[in-house]
Every structure is written in structure tokens, then in C-alpha cells.
Design a protein around this ligand. Structure first.
Ligand code: FAD
Ligand code: UDP
Length: 392
């Protein structure tokens, strides 16, 4: 039996969908996409909730990139709403009330936390030490030996990083991969945006319609609600699909450990519990996201209307995120790889096994055990499609 497809893609998130479209359109390949969820979009999936509010089911997603090529490529499938993400930290104040300041912690945050005069003086000291518009990671700032800067670094560590990181990872900032806290540096600027990328926004009608258009191509067949591992087998020497050898490229975007039956042991991940609440008010918090960096059990609250720009008076939906260890239990999603040398070494074993199959490609946040943003995985998917089109 010959298969009616040239290429099989597992997963219809960014990795799978971008690669599938590029291969189908530019390479004229017949692509089968298998997705176990009942929808496309992977973790970027959005939909209307019962109150008619556009929500992100798997947590808040803001598109941002400096990669023009990726932005233009995605723009084939969506127009964009200009949206500059701003986040504030909400912490207990000294007077028993609450205090808020911008995150990343910046010159404005400094003045809020230390008062206008002292904050300005400390800001000038930081500017003299590091230079204007510099982004300094908290770990770098903590190495500064000037007593005043060291005290300031301790303040930021205590009030922005240590407890949020403990909630998110169950570990301190020193224990986790330094690239993770470096995503949110101390910023010696008045720019209070969360990202400084040149292209930022939200797909005008949402992420899901963007993915639906991306996958809507005569060379692409999408099967939803399909567990790929019931069709695809890598337990022998060659990949089989539906019991027959499949020699074309197979792009796998799920977990590498699961693909190989967890034979070297499970890869550690963090999962999230999302608690959505719909409230009968126009506006709950005035911002897309508020980080609770000192107290509360959740890490952050996102209010979707601020991000999507949806106008719907009298009702709003928020989501609180609770992080915990992924156990592999039913219904749990592995959201974050826990990157450290030990886990990378375990991942390396699965990778080496995958490499013994000449037509198997691991792609994506799960399959590559990496902390990819949307733009980075889209770029990687385009790169892989390009490599494959040069070979086949
Ligand atoms: P996924 O989106 O996980 O897609 C993989 C797909 O494969 C899933 O749909 C899964 O169901 C399917 N699959 C897996 N195994 C199988 C199987 N065996 N059979 C069939 N189907 C299978 N990035 C940003 O740039 N900006 C943000 O603001 C942002 N916010 C985020 C917030 C949260 C809470 C999280 C967790 C991530 C966020 N990201 C953000 C990152 C973003 O989600 C990822 O970059 C992107 O989703 C990665 O795409 P992917 O295709 O690799 O993986
Ligand atoms: N972080 C923090 N406090 C904050 C924001 C971020 O300690 O207010 C740390 C935390 O360790 C987090 C990491 O920086 O996991 C990266 O934050 P980001 O907002 O990029 O995380 P994501 O949106 O990917 O969950």
C-alpha cells in the first residue's frame, strides 16, 4: 500500500501548522496533520467563552517579534491589532494597602518603590553604572558590589523575582535556567512595555482563525481528535503509519519522551491550572496582566479584553494561573520544560534515538524541550520546511 501523503505532521500548534503550510504551498507536498485535541492552534488556541468573551484557553498569548520574515509570513493569514503589552506587579504596601509598579522593573518602578527623590537618585546611579536603556538581569544586578546597588538588587529580587519564581518553578532564581529570569530584566528606561520588539500585536480576529486559514490548503488534510501514537509507530527500526512503513518526512511536535514510550524515564515539566472567572463589570484590573510577585498562590491574573480589544460592556473574563509539577495525569498539559543540565541530558537520549530514524524530525516547544516563544518556533518551522524542501 502506498500512502496518499508525502509528509506527516503531528500537532497543529505553531510548529506543526507553520511547517505544514510551507511544505504544502511552497513545496506542493501532500501533508497529513494529526492533532489529538479537538482544535487547531496548540497552546495559542483561543475561543469565545460562555459570556462571549474571547479567551485564550491555555494562558495569555501576546505575539511579539523582531523577525520581519516571520511576521510577514504569518500576516498572510491574519491582520493584526496593534497591542503593546504592559504588566504591573501588585504587592502588599506598607500601609496595609497594595502597591503597584511596572514589570519589568524600570526607572518608574524604582520611583514608586523608593519614593520620587530617592528613586531618582538610585536611578541615576544605575544609569551611571550600566548606561541608559540597558537591560540588566536580576542575577547580574545582584553581583554588583556597590552597597546601594546591592541593596536595590535585593529589593527587586525580593519583591519581583524570588516568590514569583518559587510559585512558577518551585525553585529559586539561582536554581533555574538563567535564561528564564533574563526574559524579564531590570530595564533602565521609562519604557513600561513588557516587550520592546518592533512587531507586536494580536491577530485581529484571534489566533484560531489565523491557524484555520494557515491549514486551509488543498494539499493539507487535518485530522482532529486523533492520537497520533495510535497511528504512528517508532518502536521498530523504521517509522510506520497505520501499520505500513512510511518513508517520507515525519515532523513530530509532541513530547519526545511520550513518542518513545518513556523508555528512558519521563522528562520533567511544569503544568498550569487555569481558573477562569467571568465578572459582571466592564473592567477588572485595567491591564492585560497583573503579576502577584509577593503574595497569593497564583502567579498572575490576565484580563483578556485588554489584550484583544473586545468591547463588551458589563462583563469581563479573567484567568488566574497556578503552577505545579506535571505528573502526566489525565488531562494535564506539559506547558514548560524544566531546563537544567540533568534534564537536558535525559532529553539528549530521546533526541539521539530520534536521530536513528532518518525521516523523523522533532520540532517545537515539547519535542525539542525548549522555551520557545511563538515567533521563534514559527521561524524554526520555516527553517525546517526549507531544509526538507532542499532534500526532497
Ligand atoms: P504546542 O502549541 O504545544 O502544540 C503542540 C500540539 O501537538 C498540541 O496541540 C498537542 O495537542 C499536539 N500533540 C502532541 N502530541 C500529540 C500526539 N501524540 N498526537 C496528536 N497530537 C499531539 N509565546 C509567545 O510568543 N508569547 C506569549 O505571550 C506566550 N505566552 C505563553 C503563555 C503560556 C501559559 C504558555 C504555556 C506558553 C506561552 N507562549 C507564548 C509560548 C507558546 O505557547 C509556544 O511558543 C507555542 O505554543 C509552541 O508551539 P508548538 O507547536 O511547539 O507547541
Ligand atoms: N519572573 C518573575 N517575576 C515576574 C515576572 C517574571 O520572577 O514578575 C520570572 C519567573 O521566573 C518567570 C520568568 O521570569 O518564570 C519568565 O517570565 P515570563 O513572563 O517571560 O514567563 P512566561 O510568560 O513565559 O510564563
Amino acid at each position: 500500500m502506498t500512502h496518499p501523503y508525502d509528509i506527516v505532521v503531528v500537532g497543529a500548534g505553531y510548529a506543526g501548522s507553520v511547517a505544514a503550510r510551507e511544505l504544502a504551498q511552497r513545496g506542493n507536498k501532500r501533508v497529513l496533520v494529526l492533532e489529538r485535541r479537538p482544535h487547531v492552534g496548540g497552546n495559542a488556541y483561543d475561543c469565545l467563552d460562555q459570556a462571549g468573551i474571547l479567551i485564550h484557553q491555555y494562558g495569555p498569548h501576546i505575539f511579539h517579534t523582531n523577525n520581519r520574515q516571520v511576521f510577514n509570513w504569518l500576516s498572510q493569514f491574519t491582520a493584526w491589532r496593534d497591542y503593546q503589552h504592559r504588566v504591573i506587579a501588585d504587592i502588599p504596601g506598607e500601609d496595609g494597602g497594595r502597591m503597584t509598579f511596572p514589570v519589568p522593573f524600570n526607572l518608574t518602578s524604582l520611583e514608586t518603590a523608593f519614593g520620587p527623590e530617592e528613586g531618582k537618585r538610585l536611578g541615576e546611579k544605575l544609569l551611571a553604572a550600566y548606561g541608559p536603556e540597558r537591560k540588566v538581569t536580576i542575577l547580574e544586578l545582584r553581583q554588583n558590589t556597590d552597597p546601594e546597588i546591592a541593596a536595590l538588587a535585593d529589593y527587586v529580587y525580593e519583591h519581583v523575582f524570588v516568590r514569583y519564581t518559587m510559585k512558577q518553578w518551585g525553585q529559586t532564581p539561582e536554581e533555574i535556567d538563567p535564561n528564564t529570569t533574563a526574559r524579564v530584566p531590570v530595564f533602565l528606561s521609562r519604557d513600561d512595555r513588557y516587550f520592546q520588539d518592533s512587531c507586536q500585536g494580536m491577530p485581529l480576529e484571534g489566533y484560531t482563525p489565523m491557524f484555520q486559514r494557515m491549514l486551509d490548503h488543498p494539499n493539507i488534510t487535518v485530522e482532529l481528535g486523533v492520537e497520533a501514537l495510535s497511528r504512528l509507530d517508532v518502536s521498530g527500526a523504521a517509522v510506520t503509519l497505520d501499520g505500513q512503513p512510511f518513508a517520507g518526512p515525519v515532523i513530530y511536535t509532541g513530547q519526545a519522551d511520550e513518542l518513545f514510550g518513556f523508555q528512558f524515564g519521563p522528562l520533567p515539566y511544569r503544568t498550569l491550572d487555569f481558573r477562569f472567572e467571568t465578572l459582571e463589570q466592564d473592567d477588572f484590573q485595567g491591564y492585560g496582566t497583573v503579576n502577584y510577585t509577593v503574595d497569593q498562590d497564583y502567579t498572575r491574573i490576565t484580563e483578556f479584553k485588554h489584550m484583544t480589544g473586545q468591547v463588551k460592556p458589563g462583563v469581563t473574563t479573567i484567568v488566574k494561573e497556578y503552577s505545579r509539577a506535571f505528573t502526566g495525569g489525565a488531562g494535564e498539559t506539559p506547558y514548560y520544560a524544566i531546563i537544567n543540565p540533568e534534564n537536558n541530558a535525559l532529553y539528549g537520549k530521546y533526541r539521539a534515538l530520534a536521530d536513528t530514524f532518518p525521516n523523523l524530525y522533532l520540532l517545537g516547544r515539547l519535542a525539542e524541550y525548549k522555551y520557545y516563544n511563538m515567533d521563534a518556533i514559527a521561524a524554526r518551522a520555516l527553517e525546517l520546511a526549507d531544509e526538507l524542501l532542499q532534500q526532497h
